[in-house]
Design a protein around this ligand. Sequence first.
Ligand code: NAP
Length: 249
Amino acid sequence: MEEKKVALITGASKGIGAAIAKRLAKDGFNLVLGCSNKNSLEKDLKEVEKECLVYGVEVLCACFDVSNFSECSKMVELVREKFKTIDVLVNNAGITKDGLLARMTEEDFDKVSLVNFKGVFNMTRLVSAVMLKQKSGRIINISSVVGLKGNAGQFNYCACKAGVIGMTKSAAKELGKRGILVNAIAPGFITTNMTQTINEDLKEKIKENIVLKRFGRPDEIASVASFLAGKDSSYVTGQVIVVDGCLLI
Ligand code: NAP
């Protein structure tokens, strides 16, 4: 029987990351699932783990902060000890600290940058070293449509998500010849905790600008991640796949 491949997903305790975890479990991947705080680990991530185990895969759950290089490094070592390989990395962990530029604090800029931008560097730098030795791998970065079009009130977040696209294209060019494919998904508005804070009036206004007239579901991002992690995308790299119900064009 073929060995199961291993996928490491950051921010897997809820929302899009949890949906990707469940989808990749269904696809037959052993999983390493991360989140940032202990409460999430005990409550949300263990629930996600339970749903993944149904598919007969192995799951390692861990709490580590993607913005902390040494925590990420320890985590990657742990994964290598347990699973030996890392075939797929999904850089999904993300936060927002929205506000108009005139009032945005340095702290809010730094915090968002550390998680959404430096976190992608940390994990990509460490996991690509493993993939380079294997001469194979897939890296999937979760960007956002606002990284392509900008958004008032999200100067910090949009900058990071645009930066993630730059990292995706650069990594694709650097790593492709060693069998590592790197792509980004740019979701539009997806129903998760992150978008729960948007008030109902604004949600209705946003929907008017979406051709499909609704927010997306996390599983609608997970199915694209499944494609990028699987055999059918073997000639796809350096791409940004927009999944937004037709909001951007
Ligand atoms: P979410 O429901 O708020 O989940 C965020 C996840 O990231 C949680 O698992 C959280 O862990 C984890 N996380 C936060 N800070 C972390 C850190 N420092 N280290 C490790 N993990 C951390 O968010 P979501 O909506 O699913 O978003 C997932 C990704 O999609 C993000 O990158 C987001 O920017 C992007 N995105 C979302 C939308 C949308 O409309 N929802 C649209 C475009 C792009 P804890 O549970 O421990 O906090």
